[in-house]
Design a protein. Structure first.
Length: 231
């Protein structure tokens, strides 16, 4: 069974509407919808925005619902010129760009006393997502790359350049690496799917609202296909 996490209501609304015979359980202020989508038992939940809420949500999916995999779907800002608004990014790994313990000898983004800086995401899920995306979203491009996460909305060109040069990320958002960390610690497969809503630069605030709905449509369409293909 897959657990699907979206930070905002609009990122999971269509999946909830597609669910048959949902049973709703509220835990930590989050409503977990459990039912079937395309004949597959699934849990869909809106985590809320930010790393803490996302990490708590992922742990609940593991502990309370026993999910065998987690997909985090949503929107992000592009960090690469070739990744355009409306495109999708499938995570190869994820790290928290706002972690800074360099004074203790750690690299930027590395959480002290953990053996990895970037949390790996599931290769099988990513490959399946790339294959399915070509079928369900033929009008857009899909990319593979690192997801950067922080409790910040990036809308500054200088900060974008720093993120790119320091971490080599494909996109930036506010939840994925926290979910990937929880999945890593629990040894649960995870994939972060991000639809690009803006360029994470000085135009980000303007682009975000205009392209949010289209970006979410692409992400949700792929997530539903993944649920139906999951075994």
């Amino acid at each position: 069974m897959l657990g699907i996490i979206g930070a905002m209501a609009q990122e999971v609304r269509q999946l909830k509407e597609a669910m048959e015979q949902p049973r709703i359980e509220t835990v930590a202020g989050m409503e977990f919808y459990r039912g079937t989508i395309g004949g597959k038992e699934t849990v869909v939940v809106q985590s809320g925005i930010g790393k803490v809420s996302a990490g708590i949500c992922a742990q609940i999916l593991v502990d309370r619902f026993g999910v065998g995999g987690i997909i985090n779907t949503g929107i992000a800002g592009s960090l690469k010129a070739e990744i355009n608004i409306g495109d999708l990014v499938m995570s190869t790994d994820a790290l928290q760009h706002d972690v800074d313990a360099v004074n203790f000898g750690y690299e930027p983004g590395q959480i002290p006393q953990l053996p990895v800086k970037a949390f790996p995401t599931d290769d099988r899920l990513r490959k399946l997502a790339m294959e399915l995306c070509a079928r369900v979203n033929p009008d857009i491009r899909a990319h593979e790359g690192r997801v950067l996460t922080g409790d910040q909305f990036i809308s500054d060109k200088a900060k974008k350049q720093w993120l790119t040069s320091t971490f080599g990320g494909a996109c930036t958002e506010m939840e994925g690496a926290a979910i990937a960390q929880a999945a890593y610690l629990n040894q649960v497969p995870v994939l972060i799917i991000r639809a690009i809503s803006d360029k994470a630069d000085d135009s980000a605030s303007m682009d975000y609202g205009a392209f949010e709905e289209l970006a979410i449509l692409h992400s949700v369409r792929l997530t539903r296909a993944l649920i139906e293909a999951w075994e």
